[in-house]
Design a protein around this ligand. Structure first.
Ligand SMILES: C[S@@+](CC[C@H](N)C(=O)[O-])C[C@H]1O[C@@H](n2cnc3c(N)ncnc32)[C@H](O)[C@@H]1O
Length: 347
């Protein structure tokens, strides 16, 4: 994929990229985009009055959001949201974007300050920015309920955005029992259970996250088909399943850990059963997609010892190493670099 030839405008966006994020974050937190969605074509004075911002701050905010193309100013000095922002509102997707922005602001940005050091040390130095003593981000989140809430709001939104791709690209007609390994707040389990009424799903989660998943399952009235089991995805799984799903997992862990996860899945599958790995994946050419590269900063610096948005060839190699056959690599062709890697346990 690769980038266009770099010019000064491109270099400016790279160097000042963190400032660009601050504008979208401020616009989101201060309610600028929501306000312009409800009431377009406002002057700076009106926006300042409505958002309780003094003149210089509102001028600064609008200078940034308009220069970045997030808002549009007409010849009479009236502002409205960019067409894309309005489209996302119309499609009900702006809430998802808002949750992603919140996650970036409160969790990713603090942690990725340690990216260079994390590369040097080959470990997630940025975890020191998250309060607690747990060995990874997930074990620490419950110590700061605000961060736990930011994380699972984001994770639910991100997965809800992606799950239609998972549902469209996988055939679960022959699957009755599915283990959702590291299933978060059960967002995938709930979406899959709704799409496939014959499915019975077990969500495997750590102690700190299991209550969140249980609550969501009850909220959706799916207690009869979706259950939560506390345990580690790195320990042997109890039971025999038709399918094991890893959603947004393999980007977190090292290559050795991913092979270990696949071996566990292999042992927990009936012969002929399938493992499905669903998350962002990069091109084998090592030059994109850009979003996969940018997201790798977080996975290098923060959640666990070492992850990245790995390329397709790694998934094929790990599945093979863990004993799977019939390996399929399925790009999802969305604006996110989601893909699916799947394999079958031989009969
Ligand atoms: C990036 S989130 C993905 C959640 C969910 N699969 C999704 O796609 O929305 C990773 C999840 O893995 C869980 N997790 C991390 N380490 C785990 C472990 N050792 N055993 C079980 N779950 C784990 C975390 O608690 C977290 O909910």
């Amino acid at each position: 994929m690769g980038a266009d030839v770099l010019d000064m405008a491109g270099l400016t966006k790279i160097i000042f990229g963190a400032a660009a994020f601050q504008y979208v974050n401020a616009g989101s937190e201060l309610g600028l985009f929501d306000h312009l969605h409800k009431t377009p074509d406002l002057t700076a004075e009106q926006i300042g009055a409505d958002l309780s911002l003094a003149r210089r701050p509102v001028d600064t905010l609008l200078l940034g959001t308009t220069s970045l193309g997030l808002t549009v100013r007409d010849g009479e000095g009236r502002y409205r949201n960019a067409p894309l922002v309005e489209q996302l509102f119309a499609e009900g997707q702006w809430e998802i974007i808002r949750d992603v922005i919140g996650f970036e602001a409160h969790i990713v940005y603090p942690g990725q300050q340690d990216f260079t050091e994390s590369l040097r040390e080959n470990t997630n130095v940025g975890l020191r920015r998250i309060p607690g003593n747990g060995p990874d981000l997930y074990q620490r989140l419950s110590e700061t309920p605000f961060l736990q809430n930011v994380f699972y709001k984001y994770m639910r939104s991100w997965s809800e955005l992606a799950n239609p791709l998972l549902i469209e690209k996988t055939d679960l007609s022959g699957v009755t029992t599915l283990l959702d390994a590291g299933g978060g707040d059960a967002v995938n389990a709930i979406d899959l259970a709704r799409a496939h009424p014959h499915l019975r799903i077990t969500v495997l989660e750590i102690e700190q996250t299991a209550p969140i998943a249980r609550r969501k399952i009850v909220e959706h009235g799916l207690e009869d088909r979706v259950q939560v089991v506390v345990g580690s995805i790195f320990e042997p799984y109890a039971g025999e399943y038709d399918c094991v799903l890893f959603s947004h997992q393999f980007v977190i862990w090292t290559e050795e850990e991913n092979v270990r996860l696949l071996r566990n899945a292999h042992a927990a599958l009936r012969p002929g059963g399938r493992v499905i790995v669903f998350n962002s994946i990069t091109d084998d050419t090592g030059d994109g997609p850009l979003m996969g590269a940018l997201d790798s900063v977080y996975f290098t610096a923060l959640p666990a010892e070492g992850g990245m948005i790995y390329p397709w060839r790694d998934y094929a190699a790990w599945l093979d190493e863990a004993g799977f056959t019939g390996i399929e690599l399925i790009p999802c062709r969305s604006w996110t670099p989601h893909g699916i890697a799947t394999g079958t346990k031989p009969e």
